[in-house]
Design a protein around this ligand. Sequence first.
Ligand SMILES: Cc1cc2nc3c(=O)[nH]c(=O)nc-3n(C[C@H](O)[C@H](O)[C@H](O)COP(=O)(O)OP(=O)(O)OC[C@H]3O[C@@H](n4cnc5c(N)ncnc54)[C@H](O)[C@@H]3O)c2cc1C
Length: 428
Amino acid sequence: MKKYHTVVIGAGIAGMETAINLGNQGYKVLLVEKEASIGGNMIALSKVFPTLDCSSCITTPKMSEASHHDNIEIMTYTKAISVIKEGPEFNVKLNKKPRYVDEKTCIGCKKCEEVCPVYAKHEFERETGSRKAICIPYTTAIPQIAVLDPDTCMQCGKCYDACPTEPKSIVFDQEAVELEVKASSVVMSTGFTLTAKDRKKEYINGSEKNIITAFQMERLLAPSGPFGSVMRPSDGKAPENVAFVLCAHSRDRSIGVPYCSRVCCMYSIKQAMLLSGALPLCDITLYYMDIRAFGKGYEQFYRNAEAMGIKFIKAKVAKMSEDKDGIVEMKIEEIESTGAPVSVKHDLVIMANGILPGAEPGKMASINTDEYGFISQEKMKYDPTATNIDGIYFSGTAAGPKDIVDTIAEAGAAAMKAANYITHGAGK
Ligand SMILES: Cc1cc2nc3c(=O)[nH]c(=O)nc-3n(C[C@H](O)[C@H](O)[C@H](O)COP(=O)(O)OP(=O)(O)OC[C@H]3O[C@@H](n4cnc5c(N)ncnc54)[C@H](O)[C@@H]3O)c2cc1C
C-alpha cells in the first residue's frame, strides 16, 4: 500500500495551500479532489474582496504550483470515503470515479468536445452556460483532461472517432476503482457548498428566472464567464434595476440555517461594485439586516460602495414573486423607517445564499462536527486547526464559513500541525 506523510482531502484553495506548505517542507503529500479539476470554489469567483484582485489570477498559479510540485501527487475525480486511525497512522479509502477518458493518453486537445453534439448545463458556470457531454471541465482546469458525463452522453461515438491519440483515449467501459493509501497525518479541506436556490419557498417557487444565486452572479461578472456580460436569464437583456438580498438563506431558523454565513455581506458589496462598473447606468440596491464588514479594509470597502452610489436599505425581504415579464416584486419590511410592509420591483435579483458544509467530514473520518456538519474546532483558542483526533487537522470552510484570508492562514497552520505530528507524533 502506498504511503504518504499527509493526505490532504479537498483541493480548493485551503487544500492546495496546505499541500504546498507541506510539500515545501519536504513532506510527501497526496492531494485528493473529488471533482475533475483542482481549484475548488475560488477558481470560479470573478474578483475577490477587499482588493478586487482577479480570482483566477491568484488561484491558477496555486493550481499550477500544486500540480508541478515534486512532493505533491494529485488524484482528481477521486473521492475520499473513509479515514481510519490505526496506531499513530491512518488508512484512507478512496473511490476513483470513471472519467471514461484515459488520463495517461489524453492530450487535452478538445477534439472530442468540438464534435460532441450534446449540450448540457455547465456545472462550473453554475448552470448559467452550457457544456458538451464530453469536455475539459473549464479553460484553466488542471489537469487538462477531458471527462465524459455518462448521464448526458448519447454514445454516438463521434468523440471516439475524433480522438487523435493512439490508442484512443476515450474508454467507454472504464470502471470506478477503490484504492487505499496510508498516511502519517490527514488534513480535511473539504470546503463548502451553497444552500439550494429554492431553500426558502417564500423566495422561490420553481419558475423564477430572474432571481439568481450569488454564485451565478459571480460567473456572470467573471471575464471568463459564459457571456462576458451580465444579462437577465429570462430575455438576455442588460438589467436596469438590480437588487441584492443579503441573509437570503442565513440567520434564518425557519430554513435551518440560523448562523451568519460571514462572507455574504462582503461578496454582495463586491458584486454590486463590479456590476456598477460593468453597467454604470444600472440602479443597484442592497437589502440587508446588518452589514458585517469584519476584516481588515472591509469597512472602507463598504463605504467605497456607498460612495459609488449603491443604495443600502436596512430591510427584511419577506416574499418575492416574478411576473410574466420577468419583473420581480419583493415585499419588504424597512427596519429603519416605519417597519410597514412595502412593495418594490426589480428586473434582476441576486440572493446571498447560505454556506453549508461541502462534505460529511464527521462521517468520513469519525471526527466531531457541530450540529450543522462543520468540523468542530475543539481547541479554538489555542490550537484552532485541530480536530478531536490527533493527526487529523483541517483548513478552510470545512470548519465553517470564512473568507479567503482566514482560509489561507488556516492552511499554513494546519500544515505546521501536520508536520509536527509527522515528526513527533506518528514518526517518519
Ligand atoms: C458567491 C461567493 C463569493 C465569494 N467571494 C469571496 C471574495 O471575494 N473574497 C473572499 O475572501 N472570499 C470569498 N468567498 C469565500 C471563498 O469562496 C472561500 O473562503 C474559499 O473558496 C474556501 O475555500 P475552501 O478550500 O475552504 O473550500 P472549497 O473551495 O469548497 O474547496 C473544497 C474542495 O474539497 C473537495 N471535496 C469535498 N469533499 C471531498 C471528498 N470527500 N474527497 C475529495 N475532495 C472533496 C471539493 O470538491 C472542493 O474542491 C466567496 C464565497 C461565495 C459563495
